[in-house]
Design a protein around this ligand. Structure first.
Ligand SMILES: *[C@@H]1O[C@H](CO)[C@@H](O)[C@H](O)[C@H]1NC(C)=O
Ligand SMILES: *[C@@H]1O[C@H](CO)[C@@H](O)[C@H](O)[C@H]1NC(C)=O
Ligand SMILES: *[C@@H]1O[C@H](CO)[C@@H](O)[C@H](O)[C@H]1NC(C)=O
Length: 616
């Protein structure tokens, strides 16, 4: 039915579409004589006419919306006015919700950056792409590591690019850079369907600012020091043994060991002083333009890049993914916003982020793209409860929900704000309480762009359109699996007939200090080992009645307890059958610093540069 209508209008669509495309791609490259332009235009038209006779190759359908996807970093669901915060000022995001649809049960697939973003970009649980960790390190630690989003994963950006969209990523990536050599860029955004990239291949960390509170170094220093001592001890013993003829060993082996030890020591050492150089870098496409980054200008530069991209692509369908560095520590906030909020530096940073969203909405309005642009706003996971310096809270607020960043099972780690606006096509001021996932954006975006979802793999999202448009009342998610790394911590069951949402926890983090509601002593909650409590029988909550997960049910208090647990157990078994072993991108080997993979804008190890010196 749909393709009928499409085919009858193909000719007209493609003629206009082709002309627009030809023009805009030329205005990109600057001035041309009018004769060649006309010639090129005509030949483009011909090609388009021919292409358009074949169904599905016509890429410029005016009914395809543009996409502006905005993802905040570490923002809690309780940090926004439209989610009930009455002391923080977020007028632009609140306005977005007023003119669009607000999702109240929008769930991230992981409670930390790397896996949550992998799921967002691929529409699949991160365990399927190997982006879920089985170690203590739940995210990528280095630009110079070898792990990252595998090249054979298909992001929605790649599909949209194939559909004729102009695609860009502005901001944070945190999905890896290289596999085997310094320049292969196998995990780079440009290798994953983005035509343009401006931003950080890594993520903001405290080291970028040089505060007294190094994040990476702290979590690494003990392990590194331990191994360094081991190396020294081993080499020392072997040398003594060799010299005293106590046992036969080859000098070669001793030298190898000494070199390994030295490399290890260097990487330990560099995690102190050099993280800033190794990780805090800014790229434009494949080029490093700032190493280390100049945080003073970052906010205005990101905004400028996003706005220029919209202006440059206003005549063709575009996908712009603005992956904000806000509101991750160290909370880089321009002077104008410092001291403005009632919630210290964190609040200032949230209010600045809201202002940035406002600037993006302005340019959409100004360019008359309001009704043709699908705008999405969300956070990658819950607020970071453990982030604080002395007495001031530097992390977000997750409202009534228990837990936060790093806690893959508790609601506060995974329930995030989610807002969609598309005037004319979606209702204004609607609120949807059904379970939805960040992974749903993939299916929604691909469907709207007229693309095809990959058929050779399991997808875990569902299109949001019927829910958003109000043609369906219930979410298509029956079960959602809540992972912490590769460990299944909890399962949510949306029982269709009764509408009840049940949630069973198999493992929960041990709060330190006890009863504090977070893992303050560890800095972030672990996913396994002695840092978690296993529950058998599982902790069961009725989320519909007890969204704060305060009152666990038991077989005595809940007549349906056994039935619910049986159904959930069966769902887990079925889910497990769909998992296949894949290379572990966050394995210790893939997640250590490898000097030969370190992106470097000078001659390694002398890596520093600034935009001025680096204009192509
Ligand atoms: C609003 O957000 C701030 C900053 O995260 C938080 O401290 C405060 O408790 C929140 N207020 C409400 C009413 O949720
Ligand atoms: C955009 O959509 C709204 C809501 O349907 C409508 O009132 C408005 O006239 C449209 N604006 C344009 C420029 O088409
Ligand atoms: C990507 O390649 C890996 C390793 O060869 C394989 O295990 C995985 O199934 C592939 N993924 C997809 C989506 O094809």
């Amino acid at each position: 039915m749909k393709s009928h209508g499409l085919r009858s209008t193909f000719q007209t669509l493609c003629v206009t579409g082709g002309a627009v495309n030809a023009q805009s791609s030329h205005s990109h490259n600057g001035q041309h004589d009018s004769t060649p332009v006309t010639f090129v235009l005509l030949s483009y038209l011909n090609i388009w006419l021919i292409l358009c006779l074949l169904p599905r190759t016509c890429v410029s359908n005016p009914s395809k919306p543009n996409f502006l996807l905005i993802l905040a970093d570490d923002l809690g669901i309780g940090d926004l006015g439209c989610y009930g915060n009455d002391t923080i000022r977020t007028p632009y995001i609140d306005g977005l919700a007023k003119d669009g649809v607000r999702l109240t049960q929008h769930i991230a697939a992981a409670a930390v950056c790397t896996p949550s973003r992998a799921a967002f970009l691929t529409g699949r649980y991160p365990i399927r792409s190997g982006m879920a960790s089985s170690t203590q390190r739940q995210v990528l630690f280095w630009n110079g590591g070898s792990g990252g989003l595998p090249p054979n994963e298909t992001t929605f950006a790649r599909i949209l690019s194939q559909q004729g969209y102009s695609t860009a990523l502005v901001g944070k990536w945190h999905m890896g850079v290289n596999c085997q050599t310094r320049h292969d860029h196998c995990h780079h955004p440009l290798n994953h369907g983005f035509d343009y990239f401006y931003g950080m291949p890594f993520t903001l960390v405290n080291e970028c600012q040089g505060t007294d509170d190094p994040e990476l170094a702290k979590s690494l220093q003990d392990t590194y020091w331990f191994y360094t001592q081991m190396f020294i001890f081993a080499v020392f013993t072997l040398v003594i043994g060799k010299l005293a003829n106590l046992f036969p060993v080859k000098w070669k082996i001793i030298i190898c060991l000494a070199i390994c030890g030295l490399l290890h020591f260097i990487s330990w050492f560099s995690s102190y002083g050099f993280t800033k150089y190794w990780n805090c870098i800014l790229m434009r496409n494949h080029d490093i333009i700032e190493q280390p980054m100049n945080l003073q200008k970052t906010t205005s530069n990101m905004l400028k890049e996003a706005i220029i991209f919209i202006e440059r692509n206003k005549h063709r369908p575009f996908l712009l993914f603005v992956s904000l560095l806000h509101v991750h520590t160290p909370l880089i906030t321009t002077e104008k916003f410092q001291g403005r909020s009632r919630h210290g530096l964190y609040g200032d940073n949230v209010e600045e982020m809201d202002w940035m969203v406002g600037r993006l909405l302005d340019v959409i309005d100004k360019e008359d793209l309001k009704n043709t642009t699908f705008i999405y706003f969300a956070s990658d996971h819950g607020g970071f409860l453990e982030a604080h310096r002395r007495n001031s809270q530097l992390g977000g607020w997750n409202g009534i929900y228990k837990g936060g960043k790093g806690m893959g099972g508790w609601e506060g780690g995974i329930r995030v704000p989610g807002i969609v606006r598309w005037p004319g096509a979606l209702p204004a001021g609607a609120v949807i309480d059904e379970p939805t996932s960040l992974m749903d954006i993939y299916l929604t975006v691909v469907q709207l762009a007229g693309g095809a979802v990959p058929q050779d793999r399991v997808m875990d999202g569902h299109t949001l359109l019927p829910l958003l448009q109000g043609t369906e009342q219930h979410s298509r998610h029956e079960f959602l699996f809540h992972y912490c790394g590769v460990f299944l911590h909890a399962v949510r069951w949306h029982h269709k007939d009764s509408g009840t949402i049940w949630k069973a926890h198999y493992a929960t983090p041990v709060f330190q200090p006890e009863g504090s509601g977070a893992c303050y002593r560890r800095g972030i909650c672990p996913c396994f080992g002695d840092g978690v409590t296993h529950h058998n029988p599982p902790l069961l909550f009725n989320l519909s009645q007890d969204p704060s997960e305060a009152n666990p049910l038991s077989a005595d208090t809940e007549p349906l307890f056994d039935t619910v647990m049986r159904r959930i157990r069966r769902a887990v078994e079925e889910h497990r059958k769909t998992l296949t072993p894949v290379p572990q991108q966050l394995s210790p080997y893939n997640n250590i610093w490898k000097p030969w993979l370190q992106p470097c804008c000078g001659t390694f190890p002398f890596c520093w540069c600034h935009e001025e010196n680096n204009k192509a």
